[in-house]
Design a binder for this molecule. Structure first.
Ligand code: GLC
Length: 438
């Protein structure tokens, strides 16, 4: 950073990744999250890539080594057990090796792989890694477009709030209310509250419902068709769908680089279907903001969250989103709050219900920058830099006074510093056309 202690922070960010390195994978935060998380790892690889490319590729390859035979890539890989975390491998009981959870997370991998390839100093190593990863990425996307879109509608469904990566977002309040914990819900003891103040974490009522869904999926032996048919929580998440559409576009670029023509045609079909379906299903008529859709009730979810701006990151999105984002950012000292400050659901310190998340800012700002909304992209970058410089590599931050919250020495916050904040102008602008098909 220019004269704001950036050198020191770069070193500290690298030290966070090194300290959280468990040999081939990086834990999000020692203690609180002691395993490999799917989207964390992909974004963390972008940080590693700034100072150790071999280690960056290894991060993604380790994640994909846990891919299921049907193409699904689990949201947590339990390389070794750690009793300090709940729910661990014995609760999920998926019977996989390496042990893993039985649900997925937003598919940022293909986009991260494309960015790593384009930024690579060692091109040969990068191309070799992309060649190995490409069939696995394709299989994961194919899984999303079939197992999670069995009728070929153009949107993918999500069966658990944890799959969205935005666990207790107010967008899940209404759909989660329809989940009734059974009287025989296995008793459990939360471990997250030994690390973080309960006021900054999901509530007990939410946790009971999360565990109800896990218990159901376990009973269904993680059969994808049964999970979609039976889950009482079934939503179309704007973040997952925007991230998948963007990742499909990036996968198409990778297919071109590798001369994979058949794959490229297949991906084009997915992109066309999503482009035709998503805006109609998700965009709020009054503002263009994408909101979740509750398939069990057959109606949009009212709650507005920052995930809605990922429409731009997906290469879609209404021009009105710029005005909405400026107003939203204008309500807080630090942008972008995960929920608008004037909203009754806003809770400035509780996880995904108000705080600023560096990693969400990174993706949302990319969408702004690619649409030429540089004032907004700069505001998010500046604010993210100020928050981290002021409070360290925390998990999330209070948007009103900047207090650092949740876990400390957080890997993806360090990676966001390395891959976004600590970059000269020329390296952080938009990619070449994010949509190779237009
Ligand atoms: C929480 C977050 C999720 C993240 C995980 C590990 O569950 O909601 O997005 O992947 O922690 O950091």
């Amino acid at each position: 950073m220019n004269g704001c202690g950036g050198e020191g922070l770069r070193g500290q960010a690298m030290a966070v990744l090194r300290a959280n390195d468990r040999g081939g994978y990086t834990v999000p935060s020692a203690g609180l999250y002691p395993f490999q998380w799917n989207w964390d790892s992909c974004l963390v690889a972008l940080g590693w890539a700034r100072f150790d490319e071999a280690r960056a590729w290894r991060e993604i390859e380790t994640l994909f080594a846990a891919q299921w035979p049907d193409g699904m890539v689990p949201h947590i890989v339990f390389h070794r057990d750690d009793p300090a975390y709940f729910p661990g491998p014995a609760v999920w009981a998926t019977g996989r090796l390496p042990a893993s959870s039985g649900i997925t997370q937003p598919p940022v991998a293909a986009s991260c792989v494309r960015w790593m390839l384009e930024g690579a100093r060692d091109r040969e190593r990068a191309l070799a890694a992309v060649r190995r990863l490409f069939p696995k990425l394709l299989a994961w996307h194919a899984w999303f477009h079939s197992a999670r879109d069995p009728e070929g509608r153009g949107w993918v469904v999500t069966v658990h709030p944890w799959e969205t990566g935005m666990d207790n977002s107010p967008a899940w309040d209404a759909p989660l209310a329809a989940v009734t914990p059974p009287p025989d819900l296995a008793p459990y003891e939360r471990r997250d509250l030994t690390h973080v103040d309960a006021a900054q974490r999901p509530t007990r009522a939410e946790y009971d419902r999360y565990m109800t869904l896990v218990q159901l999926f376990r009973e269904l032996a993680y059969d994808p068709a049964a999970m979609v048919a039976r889950s009482p929580f079934l939503v179309v998440d704007p973040a997952t769908n925007a991230i998948l559409l963007r990742a499909d576009r990036d996968l198409a670029v990778l297919a071109d680089r590798l001369g994979e023509r058949d794959a490229r045609r297949r991906i084009e079909g997915w992109i066309a279907r999503a482009e035709a379906a998503l805006p109609d299903l998700l965009a709020e008529p009054a503002s263009g903001l994408w909101r979740a859709f509750d398939l069990r009730c057959g109606r949009p979810v009212e709650a507005r969250t920052h995930a809605g701006f990922l429409a731009l990151y997906a290469g879609l999105g209404d021009a009105r989103l710029a005005g909405l984002a400026r107003a939203w950012a204008g309500e807080t000292r630090y942008a972008l709050s995960s929920v608008p400050a004037a909203d009754p659901a806003f809770d400035r310190r509780r996880y995904w219900r108000g705080p600023v998340w560096p990693v969400a800012n990174f993706l949302i700002a990319r969408g702004f920058a690619e649409r030429g909304l540089t004032d907004l992209a700069d505001r998010l970058r500046r604010d993210t830099a100020a928050l981290i410089a002021g409070e360290g590599f925390r998990e999330y931050f209070d948007p009103l006074d900047g207090t650092g919250l949740g876990g400390t020495r957080f890997s993806w916050t360090a990676a966001v510093w390395l891959a976004w904040i600590d970059q000269p102008e020329r390296d952080r602008g938009p990619n070449e056309p994010s949509d190779p098909l237009k």
